[in-house]
Design a protein around this ligand. Sequence first.
Ligand code: ASP
Length: 343
Amino acid sequence: MRKPKILLIYTGGTIGMIEDPKTGVLKAFDFQHLNDQIPELGRIAAELTAVSLDEPIDSSDMNPLIWARIAKQIFNCYTNFDGFVILHGSDTMAYSASALSFMIQGLQKPIIFTGSQLPIGTIRTDGKENLITAIEIAATLDKNGLPLISEVAIYFEYTLFRGNRTTKISAHNFDAFASPNFQPLAKAGVTIQYNTSNFFQSSFSDLHLSTKMDDRVALLKIFPGFSPLVYESLFDVKKVKGIVLETFGAGNGPRNSDFFDVLEKYIAEGGVVVNVTQCFSGAVDQGKYANSTIFNKLGVLSGKDITTEAAITKLMYLLGNSNSVSGVKEDFTRCLVGELSTI
Ligand code: ASP
């Protein structure tokens, strides 16, 4: 049986850091010497190639240009590998996994993000297990010898999640991620149990790359007492093309005529507004309560059960790739890559 070929792409984050024994300062280690840090990698049944961003970053510095670089790198060597593992800081991993899921569509191979809460060189690190199992999953082939997973996923603390359904929930716990509205793709115990009925299968027969992202999007989380006038400058379609509105519960907002006026004007001028819930789980159901029916009338789009991370990156992707506002709106409410439930 041939060994699957896996490309590891190190972007930065805690996982690739080691502590300087003298100063205690965390610094990125040379990824060409990965085996020195994790000798166990030599025993994995996969052929590993490791590359690193020229300058590894804290994932707080992640942005659409770096997403584009990673997406192009995978696209350009797609046929040479069976799977891809991206080592990434956990802070913005859910955004990057969502962004990549829109940028590279038609995947027949896995792109698995992983990282850790403790640096790989520390004795209690969670990084070794995360990396080793992420590689093992990326290298798993089905009975036809084809990659088992064919989507962008996040592996963290014994669980494989669909990337664009995931959100970071803890700055402290090893189980730092959750996918509140979508069951995990796999659970790793003594064996790895795959939930194959949840796997995403693209309807595209070949790989599509589109790295254009329009960053003129905004995120507005409402709260009791929120004054729409404070945010008036945001509703300027010349500067902001789309707004993700984080509302209460099943998509409710305050009945405030100033708020309705700015929304109405912004949407009439060509702005796109998407309604997502602030709740950890559940979906927007516009029209269920009187406090959300107005959103339907104004043309606010329901984000259903999409995460904020997926909503922002989907909006960036659609605004970057569609020629018309109506096209963006139509595509936003459709499920493109498993990011939202349609029922
Ligand atoms: N600040 C780090 C990052 O996101 C934390 C981590 O690696 O988990 O890059």
